[in-house]
Structure formats: structure tokens, C-alpha cells
Design a protein around this ligand. Sequence first.
Ligand code: GLY
Length: 330
Amino acid sequence: MIIPLKLGADSYDITLERGALKKAADIFKIKGKVLVVTDSGVPEAYSRCVAEQFSDSFIFTFPEGEESKNFDTYKAICEKLLEFSFTRSDAVIAVGGGVTGDMAGFAAATYMRGIAFYNIPTTVLSQVDSSIGGKTAIDLGNVKNIIGAFHQPRGVIIDPEVLSTLSERQIKNGLAESIKMGMCFDKELFDLFRDDAYMKNIDRIIELSLLIKKRVVEEDEKEAGLRKSLNFGHTIGHGIEGAVFGELLHGECVALGIPPMCGEVIKEEVRAVLKNVGLPLTYPFAKSRAEEIMSHDKKSRGDKISVVRCDEIGSFYFDEMTTEAIMNLI
Ligand code: GLY
């Protein structure tokens, strides 16, 4: 299935198809050199499979994990591009999860003021959310995604077959982002998680999530309004993520950030769905540290933080709250 993302001159196709990894060259039709950027947590077979389809290709692998999302890794990717004499006729392909896509995308956005970028996400989280929409970034200290650029990929391949090598924890981690999208936009998507056997619907979950992401990005590419809705669960989630120092994955922190932002009427059914998927509902973390990180959150406006709230499945609204009021909801 091809899902076209319409952004004028920056439009591109998302190819959602089992086995599409093996057809990357046919789908992307890249003429120049290719640098495949991947990380050590991604099976080598995936990056090799992609690189081997191009006559002039290189692979750059960096250590997996959020700790790599920094200036050193960014510099190392740019140095590789320079070493192999990449020009604006050449391209970067990310093969990996959100960190890899963000890193490779940011290098592509800035090397020679921007070269072509393609994304082949290999985690649920990146397939349903982060690979689409052109957000690229690196972290600075413990502030996530604070240095970055909007740089749309020229094409994205989503091959659900690559998820077979992912751990159960990583799968659930990514599903938190789909639950978030279902809650704000699509009851049908949310309802798929009520069933214990939600994994049998994984292709449909990915498809419905992509259709939401497409709609949101087409309407608000640069996050001036509607796209902020995708931050649902992230205000508290980011605070917790900073407070637990890597003990919990991003989606797990988002899952913890969702119930406090729900109206009383839906709170229990939302908690039941999160539990059904195996996402955490309680976790001890330093509240004061989470509060401190939240107040540095880039969505801060004066002494208030803009948050996304949900009182009815399939809808959302924006609110402005003090960190104190947010902490009281936890
Ligand atoms: N992951 C949220 C966004 O792309 O805006």
C-alpha cells in the first residue's frame, strides 16, 4: 500500500508493505551514492540488505541507545559523508528506530545545507510515528531533541516483517504512540487495543496510525497547531523520562503520562487498555526531578505549559497548565 504524504514540493510516498525492505532500490530510485546509517541494535542483515541494492553504498553503524543521540554521533556521520565525498546528488538512508532516524535525518538536513534523506524504520515506534513528518534532532545534555531541523524524507518504507526481530518490550513501547493517536483521533484504532490479541492486528494498527500522522502533518507540518496534539502524554512523559535516567523506554514514559491527562470518565478504560498492552501504570520516580525537566520543556509558555488533554476517546483539546497543577494530576 502506498500512502502519499502531500506537502507541495516536499511530498513523498510512504510504502507500507511486508517484504518491502528487499525492494528499497526500486522504491526509492536513488541515482547517487548512499550512506546507510544504522545502529548496533538493528540486525546487520537489514542494513546489508538495503546497502547491497545500491551500486555505490556505505554503511555507518553507531552504538544503539538514546545516549548516542548527541553531537559526537552527528559529527561522526558528517565525517563519513565528507570522507566518501558525498554531494547534494547523494543520499542518506536511515535503517533503524527513532534515534537512528533522528540522527541520520539531522545529518542529512545539515550536511551541505541539506541532502536527500530516506527512512526505513525498523521499530514499531518509528514505523507508526517518528519516521513520518520530517522532525530530525539530537539531544543536548538531558534535554531531548533540543537541536534539530525539519527535513522531510524523500521516501519512507514501512516493512512490518522487520518487527519479527524486535523484543516484546520494544513492540509495546511503540504501541504507546499508536494508543496516543487512537485516543486523540480514532476510536477504531484505540479499540484494537482492547483485544488481548492486538498483535494479530499490527498491520492495521500501523496503517491507521500512519493515516492519522499523514493527516496531521499535511495540515500542520511545522507544529504551529494541530501537530502539537501528538505531544499527548509527552509533557509528563518527558519529565519522567528525564527522571528515570534511561530505566524506562520513551513509550513507557508516554504511557505513564497519558492517564493524568484524561478526563475522569475515560481514565479507567484507558488504564485498562494500557494494562492490556503491558505498558506500565505506576513507577517510582523522583517527582521533583520530573517537575524540573517539565519546566524546561520546549512547549513551556511563561509559567504555563501547553498540554494536550482527552475527555472522550477520539478527541482532544489543548490546555495551559502550571507545572504545579500538572504535578497534582500525577
Ligand atoms: N512525534 C510527534 C511528531 O512527529 O510531531
